[in-house]
Unconditional design. Structure first.
Length: 186
């Protein structure tokens, strides 16, 4: 693999396609107030047009197939697909469409956009750290980013819960959304 001369988010330009086999879009929530449960979506697609010299000219759209949720527990995944949570029969996709980009330093870009889950759209700002750029063994120009943000799931009508005998609830309201993205230049 060849290392690219791109060392800053300001050096990026072009259109990139998310590589789903080398990316992870996931979440972390507290379960029963004592542990964390991690999950991810296995079917994601997205494109970004990046202009590091003029970030306001950049764009990003991501589509997630809600039914592809995977927490490594079939029963929990089935519950997450149900009307109690994602209601995948009625709302098969989760989408994110960027509305703004702000480069804060050579390695960080804050992406603000509209996150739509279950037909509810709310703004979210995710700080992404640039992981680097390289040309892979197949000649693809590849870039990487990582980011996370904490949201309140109730803001998207994800309100199901169960009270615990010891106090508290089964599922935390606060959920960390995690992004580990590898994208290939078109």
């Amino acid at each position: 693999m060849t290392t690219s001369t791109i060392t800053s988010v300001r050096d990026l330009s072009g259109t990139y396609t998310l590589d789903p086999s080398h990316s992870r879009i996931g979440f972390v929530a507290r379960h029963a107030m004592v542990a964390k449960v991690r999950g991810a979506f296995n079917e994601v697609s997205g494109t970004a047009t990046i202009d590091g010299a003029n970030p306001s000219a950049s764009s990003l759209e991501v589509t997630i197939q809600a039914a592809s949720v995977d927490t490594r527990d079939a029963n929990r995944d089935g519950h997450l697909r149900s009307g109690d949570f994602f209601d995948v029969e009625t709302y098969p996709t989760i989408t994110f469409k960027a509305t703004g980009f702000a480069i804060t330093d050579d390695e960080t870009v804050e992406v603000t956009g509209d996150l739509t889950i279950k037909g509810v759209t709310r703004p979210v700002t995710v700080p992404f750290t640039f992981g680097g750029a390289a040309v892979d063994p197949f000649g693809n120009s590849r870039i990487g980013f990582e980011g996370d943000v904490v949201v309140n799931r109730k803001d998207w009508d994800l309100t199901w819960n169960a009270a615990l005998e010891t106090g508290g609830v089964l599922v935390s309201d606060k959920v960390t959304l995690e992004f580990e993205v590898s994208a290939i230049k078109a």
